[in-house]
Design a protein around this ligand. Structure first.
Ligand code: GLU
Length: 300
């Protein structure tokens, strides 16, 4: 059975851009008869019951139904630890004691063939003395994948990435690791998400190969922008479902607007999610960002 998913971070309300991505993921799943799972990516936020409840309510109001239990990454830390252990056993990890600032500065300095902005592997070259110094100073290490140019990781898989973090210095699994473990464990074979994440894909595909997981198909949906050309956010006013309802819009009107923006319907008129599954083709999703003009979303 095929499965897609929506994996929001419960860091606040979902705005129209998030809801549009959720709708696209739901449409791709339902149009292909796949399951649709929900997963809260709460490793950074910690469990956030109020935000989660609001997000679930918004998705339900829009008719974006899901299958099975809703999962939370904060409850799955054992799975991430196992995957990290697997990579350690393969000899593909190293400790990194750099502070954020040091990482920024190292990445900004020119360093040979490694891609600009990538971590140049500073901590690969630490002496035992330097490591002891860091430990005495109480610095806790992050764990990085040894995947940079010059290591055999990329050569085996044909994918080159920088030495990205697998486990943060606070012991929490990093996003790329957790997402790959969860997608595999949950049988997700179609990933539809915002194109702000497109740059994470090579890292995730590399990890899938190293951990022996299948690689899903990916569809990255262009983001929604405000009239000022900036990525949509709370700053742009009423951009959440509850706020839009408060100014008189129904969930079907909001969904109709999103359906139109995704190329599902030829004009902006109220719809239900179920009613538009049949007409859906991912190829009709505009390739450019969608600009949200609040005056287009009229009440009545
Ligand atoms: N949690 C991520 C976000 O909220 C999505 C992760 C993913 O879809 O891979 O942007």
């Amino acid at each position: 059975m095929s499965a897609g998913r929506f994996a929001p971070s419960p860091s606040g309300s979902l705005h129209l851009g998030n809801l549009r991505t959720a709708f696209a993921a739901w449409l791709v799943a339902r149009a292909s008869g796949a399951e649709f799972l929900l997963r809260f990516e709460d490793l950074t936020t910690g469990a956030a019951p109020a935000a989660q409840a609001e997000q679930l309510q918004d998705l339900a109001l829009l008719g974006l139904t899901h299958d099975g239990e809703v999962t939370c990454q904060s409850e799955r830390t054992e799975l991430y630890a196992q995957a990290i252990h697997q990579l350690e056993q393969l000899g593909l990890t190293y400790n990194c004691y750099c502070s954020r600032r040091e990482v920024r500065e190292a990445a900004a300095a020119p360093h040979g063939a490694a891609p600009e902005g990538s971590y140049p592997g500073t901590c690969l070259r630490l002496t035992q003395d330097q490591i002891r110094q860091y430990q005495r100073a109480g610095r806790r290490p992050a764990l990085r994948l040894h995947g940079s140019a010059g290591s055999s990781v990329g050569i085996q898989t044909g994918i080159q990435t920088d030495d990205f973090v697998l486990r943060r210095a606070d012991g929490v699994a990093a996003y790329n690791l957790a997402v790959v473990v969860d997608d595999a464990a949950q049988g997700i074979d179609q990933i539809v998400r915002g194109d702000d994440l497109v740059e994470t894909t090579p890292r995730q595909v590399l990890l899938q190969g190293l951990l022996g997981y299948p690689t899903p198909t990916y569809l990255h949906v262009p983001l929604v922008l405000g009239l000022d050309g900036e990525r949509l956010s709370k700053r742009h006013g009423a951009v959440g479902l509850q706020e839009l309802r408060a100014v008189g819009l129904t969930p079907q009107q909001v969904l109709g607007y999103l359906a139109y923006s995704l190329g599902v319907t030829p004009q902006d008129s109220p719809v239900t999610a179920e009613a538009v599954v049949n007409g859906f083709s991912a190829q009709n999703i505009p390739a450019r960002p969608w600009v949200f003009d609040p005056s287009e979303l009229r009440s009545g």
